[in-house]
Design a protein around this ligand. Structure first.
Ligand SMILES: *[C@@H]1O[C@H](CO)[C@@H](O)[C@H](O)[C@H]1NC(C)=O
Length: 219
């Protein structure tokens, strides 16, 4: 008997901006590159992944770089942590509150507006004025149907090659029409499906299908 599994969760992707800019400029650059904004590292997986992909850059950063006439520092990179003075709450940009075991640099978290992944990997809050690197991110929410593929497919948005299921999920996240993505681990193909373009799911051992969350029903 085939084991079928549906796993619900968030997938994420990050992009490192290797130029130096202040926090608001970093955030804007991320948006211009069609990321949600600065990266949210709210879960252990997100944080651990961010540590891995930023390792070289964090290790190479030094204090006391000068940019133009302004003393600046490349230490650390801006991430999507914010402090809202109105509510006096430090939160990730998607509204989630930092977990109790968040690896803060300081015992008392500064009430400053922008978050930073510091050079050694700990998190801290700053004013966001200094020019630093930035880490962009975006998330896509949905479920994973393992060993299943869509059935009754009437049309597809696109067919691409993808090295992994995760890459296929991210392709779906980048297309606002995408509602499901079928990854085939034998062919390494990723088929994106639009709203109403399939009727159900059927067992298929080398298939993994991403089912994106739809628009919230407010009717
Ligand atoms: C970043 O620089 C821009 C342009 O100089 C400025 O408008 C903005 O307020 C700065 N942001 C921070 C957080 O200092």
């Amino acid at each position: 008997m085939m084991m079928l599994a549906i796993v619900t969760g968030k997938s994420f992707n990050f992009h490192v901006i290797e130029t130096l800019q202040n926090a608001t400029e970093g955030e804007q650059l991320c948006r211009e590159m069609s990321y949600d904004g600065l990266a949210i590292l709210s879960s252990p997986e997100m944080y651990n992944y961010a540590l891995t992909i930023t390792h070289t850059l964090r290790a190479s950063t030094t204090r006391g770089m000068y940019i133009g006439l302004k003393a600046s520092t490349t230490r650390g990179m801006y991430i999507g942590l914010k402090y809202s003075p109105e509510t006096a709450v430090t939160h990730w940009e998607d509204g989630t509150l930092p977990a109790a075991d968040t690896p803060w640099k300081d015992a008392t978290v500064a009430q400053e507006e922008f978050g930073l992944l510091f050079s050694a990997g700990l998190l801290r809050m700053t004013k966001g004025r200094y020019h630093r690197y930035a880490l962009c991110g975006y998330q896509v929410q949905g479920s994973t149907a393992v060993g299943q593929q869509p059935t009754g497919v009437s049309s597809s948005l696109s067919v691409a090659t993808a090295p992994s299921y995760m890459a296929c999920v991210l392709l779906c996240g980048r297309d606002n029409q995408c509602r499901a993505a079928e990854f085939n681990s034998d062919l390494l193909t990723c088929i994106l499906l639009g709203p109403g373009s399939y009727s159900g799911l059927t067992t298929f051992p080398s298939g993994t299908t991403f089912l994106r969350g739809g628009f919230q029903d407010v009717s």
